[in-house]
Ligand binder design. Structure first.
Ligand code: ASE
Length: 300
């Protein structure tokens, strides 16, 4: 792809990529400090000094944070008798307040408190080709999820992250296939390599397969296949790479996240088809939703 002469003179795109994490962290901070929650609860627009007082933060820091949020279109400002008053935009009110039914607050919190720290070691992850979770958090463990679930609090944070994305992508994912023939559906969680798997017509594995190596994926899918009756199915929900792995960029970036945090990766449709077929499933179908998460259905 040719880069325009203008871009070579002044590399806008590179500059915006450099600033990318400044933007992320500014949004994370406003969320975590409760700026959007305060503006929702209070109802009326508030001055920076009132926000600072209510949050117990510095006047100057708060003023700069709110100003930057206006620049990011996460807040609106209007002048009232010479004072700047801030309120939520529709977008931040719907997605960044804790109590909203469509909230992404818990995704933001996990990005800020976990993924951000793991990505500090992305260079090492690429050099070594393995997870940096231990380096980032000082937690050594044989099993990945022993670390991710190291306390009740950490487990809850992870679960809230895993849940919150369905506020956005859930509907497309569950309607990608006609699942009306499956009456008894089981969403696989817990210690699924060890625990007995209950009887069901359809097993959902949402963002499970991407955490594991081929061997472990096959082990798990074979375990599921064993308890399936003929006609029963398995539904994988994952961020699919294109078949040439040249996109989508979200799946490519998530695959880097799987490298820094887990022993897995994001895969192409053909890789999921082949895993499912090797585990004994057939009639495997793939549906893209156009959003982050796509769907793969296999039957016994
Ligand atoms: C996992 C999913 C996630 C394990 C660790 C994880 C996510 C973040 N960390 O199964 C959610 C997906 N988001 C990204 C950025 O990969």
């Amino acid at each position: 792809m040719e880069v325009s002469k203008q871009e070579l003179e002044y590399p806008q795109k590179l500059l915006s990529y450099m600033d990318g994490f400044l933007i992320s962290k500014t949004m994370f901070t406003a969320c975590e400090l409760g700026v959007f929650d305060l503006l929702l609860e209070d109802g009326g627009p508030l001055s920076a000094s009132t926000v600072a007082e209510r949050l117990g933060t510095s006047a100057d820091g708060t003023d700069r944070l709110l100003t930057a949020c206006v620049g990011l279109q996460l807040l609106e400002v209007k002048e009232h008798q010479g004072e700047a008053l801030y309120s939520n935009t529709d977008l931040s009110q719907i997605y960044l307040t804790k109590t909203s039914p469509r909230t992404l607050y818990y995704s933001v919190a996990y990005y800020s408190q976990t993924i951000y720290h793991c990505f500090a070691y992305l260079t090492d992850a690429i050099r070594e080709g393995k997870s940096q979770y231990e380096k980032a958090f000082g937690i050594s463990s044989q099993e990945l999820f022993e670390a991710l679930y190291r306390s009740e609090e950490e487990m809850l944070k992870f679960m809230q992250l895993m849940n919150s994305i369905w506020n956005i992508c859930g509907k497309d994912v569950v309607t990608a296939f006609d699942l009306s023939t499956f009456t008894n559906i089981f969403d696989l969680g817990g210690d699924f390599f060890k625990d007995p798997i209950p009887d069901a017509d359809l097993y959902i594995l949402a963002r499970i397969i991407h955490d594991w190596t081929e061997d472990r994926c096959l082990e798990l899918l074979t375990r599921v296949n064993k308890v399936c009756k003929p006609g029963s199915g398995v539904l994988l929900i994952e961020a699919l790479l294109n078949e040439d792995r040249r996109g989508p960029i979200t799946a490519q970036l998530y695959s880097l996240n799987m490298l820094v945090q887990t022993e897995g990766k994001e895969r192409m449709p053909s890789e999921y088809v082949s895993l499912l077929e090797s585990a004994g499933f057939k009639d495997v179908q793939v549906r893209r939703t156009g959003k982050i998460y796509d769907v793969i259905l296999g039957r016994k």
